[in-house]
Design a protein. Structure first.
Length: 316
């Protein structure tokens, strides 16, 4: 039974995967939809071809050999039956919590059991005793080449190696459970009732350091008076939002924020505002313009008396 799976941008830019034939690459993506939540499926070539490549003239066995030679998959035999293990499946996929396993046997951990020709549990040409290598397939290591979120960023991979959160299969489900529990109990946070995380959460959580910043930002969220309505988690996971919250950008109420987030100046007294009066030929307040009109209607008497009074006061 086919399942819905995630396809990340790193799939298209992976240089090792590019060494395979185009149909082998397409088969690799199709294997995810056929594999169970553990990344395993029965290696039945005719059935796989009918489900993934029904309209193409190809040999699935040859395509699997290309993928296995580069450690994207592992083909193995247990009790006379052959299976396929998609390497790194648990890291890059987040199956629905109600999805059940097909109960297929795990790949053998030692060479005592039968393996398919040319495919072992370790990468071809890499010794289990070589420095820095523990005998695990590169697709299962902490610095995976296939399906990485940022395949060109080696610093990201090194940061993940030092982060224990990415050492365990199913880390995303564990981190999401902790995150959503804290989120739903926080003021100014819109409750998330979905069974699975929103689109983009796994990618954000996979960014080095994001989870720690997100936890701190959630704790600070009740102080953010800017948000009149509770903040949605889909907005929170957008790039830069956790940093903005931690920087205190949203601490003040929204009514005090100007266009650039600064406080607005105090309102101007409308009675003191001056406007250009075409009849008087200069700028005047409403009160000054009204007095000027009265003076014009009286033939200038008001202005004359005011001038005389001023001169008399100066003489005194």
């Amino acid at each position: 039974m086919a399942r819905t799976r995630l396809l990340k941008p790193g799939f298209f830019s992976n240089d090792q995967l590019a060494e395979c034939d185009p149909l082998a690459r397409l088969l690799f993506a199709g294997l995810w939809t056929l594999a169970d939540r553990d990344g395993r499926l029965e290696c039945r070539h005719a059935k796989i071809k009918a489900q993934v490549l029904p309209y193409d003239d190809c040999d699935v066995a040859v395509l699997l050999e290309q993928l296995a030679a580069r450690d994207f998959v592992q083909v193995y035999t247990v009790d006379g039956r052959t299976y396929v293990q998609v390497n790194g499946f648990a890291k890059h996929q987040n199956p629905h919590h109600k999805e059940t396993s097909d109960g297929l046997p795990e790949p053998p951990k030692n060479t005592g059991e039968t393996q398919s020709p040319g495919n072992t549990a370790t990468s071809p040409g890499i010794s289990e005793t070589s420095p820095g290598n523990t005998g695990t397939s590169p697709a299962l290591t902490l610095n995976p080449l296939p399906l990485t979120l940022n395949p060109s960023d080696t610093h990201t991979h090194r940061a993940r190696e030092a982060d224990s959160e990415f050492r365990k299969p199913g880390w995303a489900a564990t981190e999401w459970a902790a995150f959503v529990a804290a989120w739903n109990s926080t003021q100014r946070a819109a409750k998330w009732d979905g069974l699975t995380p929103p689109d983009g959460w796994v990618d954000a959580a996979a960014s080095p350091g994001w989870l720690q910043k997100a936890r701190q930002a959630v704790q600070r969220l009740p102080r953010c008076q800017y948000f009149g309505n509770p903040l949605a988690v889909t907005q929170f996971i957008q790039p830069g939002w956790a940093d903005r919250i931690l920087a205190g950008e949203f601490d003040n109420a929204k009514a005090k924020h100007g266009r650039n987030g600064d406080e607005r100046p105090p309102p101007v007294d409308q009675a003191k505002r001056r406007f250009y009066r075409a009849d008087a030929g200069k700028q005047m307040t409403d009160a000054e313009h009204a007095a000027w009109i009265r003076d014009q209607r009286s033939g200038g008497i008001v202005s004359t008396l005011a001038t005389a009074t001023r001169l008399k006061e100066e003489d005194l």
